[in-house]
Design a binder for this molecule. Structure first.
Ligand code: ADP
Length: 164
């Protein structure tokens, strides 16, 4: 039987939230290896630099022996060619996520026909959670402890204060 060993979990992770971590944890239970890939998207204005986002992720995935962080400046379908038997993992929060995710999955498959995209449904308690909501809350000094891991709360608060 053919097994798929590596799950690539792409996104902007600006910053990583409990919603992302939940997907990582579940994917790490299913696959031998999970690579969290911080995608460089020049169109998107981000709060944290690529290096900072990778550092925040590294700090919160310490407990998972089979999870790594990487970054890629280019097409995801090309990045996946660096791995044998890799699949793309995405989290789906709502119908609103579906349309663009479905479109991207088809485009990725056109570029790399062997590349499958698998969707994990968001856990109920995180369906409302997004990096942009976290940034908005940080801006107004809200308690972030339900949304991002303890280890990175100060970084998020500090950064949002620098930007005000
Ligand atoms: P965001 O929409 O938070 O800016 P990213 O671009 O970093 O998200 O998202 C990377 C991936 O994580 C996407 O597949 C997205 O659907 C998924 N994701 C984001 N937030 C959650 C969440 N709260 N629960 C499940 N999946 C999520």
């Amino acid at each position: 039987m053919k097994t798929m060993k590596t799950a690539i979990y792409p996104g902007s992770f600006d910053p990583i939230t409990f919603g992302h971590l939940d997907i990582i944890r579940r994917a790490a239970d299913i696959f031998d290896k999970v690579v969290v890939c911080v995608m460089i998207n020049s169109e998107k204005k981000t709060m944290f630099t690529i290096e900072e986002r990778m550092d925040l992720i590294s700090r919160v995935i310490g407990d998972f022996p089979n999870v790594e962080v990487d970054t890629w400046n280019g097409l995801l379908a090309e990045y996946a060619m660096n791995y044998q038997d890799a699949v793309i993992i995405k989290g789906l929060r709502a119908i609103s996520d579906f349309e663009s995710e479905f479109q991207m999955a088809i485009i990725n498959k056109k570029i790399n026909p062997y590349l499958e995209t698998l969707f994990l449904s968001a856990s109920e308690q995180y369906t409302y959670l997004s990096s942009s909501a976290v940034k908005e809350m940080a801006k107004y000094g809200a308690d972030l402890s339900e949304f991002v891991p303890e280890e990175i709360i100060d970084d998020v608060i500090r950064k949002s204060q620098m930007r005000r």
